[in-house]
Write a protein that binds this ligand. Structure first.
Ligand code: NAP
Length: 276
């Protein structure tokens, strides 16, 4: 495992398991498997409705709680100062845990994000979240937050994969000491047929997924691929025994098309409102 040091000097594993779109049964089994394989970071969210299953998977694994990073997020409809404390309490109750390792703002909801962050700062100061962060932030979201924030987010979790390499965003946040975490690091499974990556994969005798994850890790990014299949959970973990050449790193970064598989943080409020 490789680690990234955060602004508060704690070290986060660079590879974790994402659990979005997992049923309870899948989450219990996948979390238990992943932890037994060696994963030490699990990324959930109140909005994924599987925090209780994540907690169950952790307990079934038999791995000590303090050896695992549990990350969760406050959902948009629960944002606000008082609301965030309530949401946090509810997450702890679901997880059956007395702290989390990383608590994050799920989306930068304009009307409430500053008050949400004020609550998250207090949760951090009380030691109930060991680290705190944001998701889906662009530079202007951070600038707006910092008009009132006392503590810089330690992590920004954003969509990132070879078709959305996020080079400028990464440079901006890293210049402030904020670690970038890649969500949908495999493009939600939609970019695994890419012929250019396939060619690189053949050269290293690795899979397309492994090449993508290795590219993210070598860029100094934390990555959280999701899978409910044991053989893929194992495969995605086997990315620490090879190194991509500078040339191949460059070739992978050159695949960027600014193409998202998820929602654009510039327009999420309109998009989510329409889906309701
Ligand atoms: N903060 C946010 O707003 C946000 C948004 C989206 C995601 N996330 C986080 O990021 C995590 C990962 O993103 P994601 O779930 O969107 O997608 P992803 O990890 O990019 O891709 C997952 C998909 O790829 C498949 N897959 C995984 N490993 C594979 C392999 N080795 N070979 C072939 N197929 C493979 C999975 O299928 P199977 O499961 O069937 O194996 C699944 O369909 C989420 O689970 C969540 O924790 C956060």
């Amino acid at each position: 495992m490789e680690y990234k040091k955060l602004l508060n000097e704690t070290r986060i594993p660079q590879l974790g398991l994402g659990v979005w779109q997992m049923s309870d049964e899948e989450a219990i089994e996948s979390v238990e498997e992943a932890l037994k394989i060696g994963y030490r970071l699990i990324d959930t969210a109140a909005g994924y409705r599987n925090e209780a299953a994540v907690g169950e998977g952790v307990r079934r694994s038999g791995i000590e709680r303090e050896d695992i990073w549990i990350a969760t997020k406050v959902r948009n409809s629960n944002q606000g100062y008082r609301e965030t404390f309530q949401a946090f309490e509810a997450s702890l109750k679901e997880l059956q845990m007395d702290y989390v390792d990383l608590y994050m703002v799920h989306w930068p909801v304009k009307a409430t994000v500053k008050e949400t962050w004020r609550a998250i700062e207090e949760i951090y100061q009380k030691g109930l979240a060991k680290s705190i962060g944001v998701c889906n932030f662009h530079a202007h979201h951070l600038e707006e937050l910092m008009e009132t924030a006392k503590i810089l987010p330690m992590i920004n979790q954003v969509e990132l994969h070879p078709l959305l390499s996020q080079v400028d965003l990464t440079e901006y946040f890293e210049s402030k000491g904020i670690v970038i975490e890649a969500y949908s690091p495999l493009g939600n499974g939609q970019i695994l047929q890419n012929e250019s990556i396939e060619k690189i994969a053949q050269k290293y005798q690795k899979t397309v997924a492994q090449i993508i994850l290795r590219w993210e890790i070598q860029r100094g990014i934390v990555t959280i691929p999701k899978s409910v299949h044991k053989e893929r959970i194992i495969q995605n973990f086997e990315v620490f025994d090879f190194t991509l050449s500078d040339e191949d790193m460059f070739a992978l970064s050159a695949l960027n098309q600014n193409q998202r598989v998820g929602t654009d943080p510039e327009h999420f409020e309109e998009i989510f409102a329409k889906k309701k």
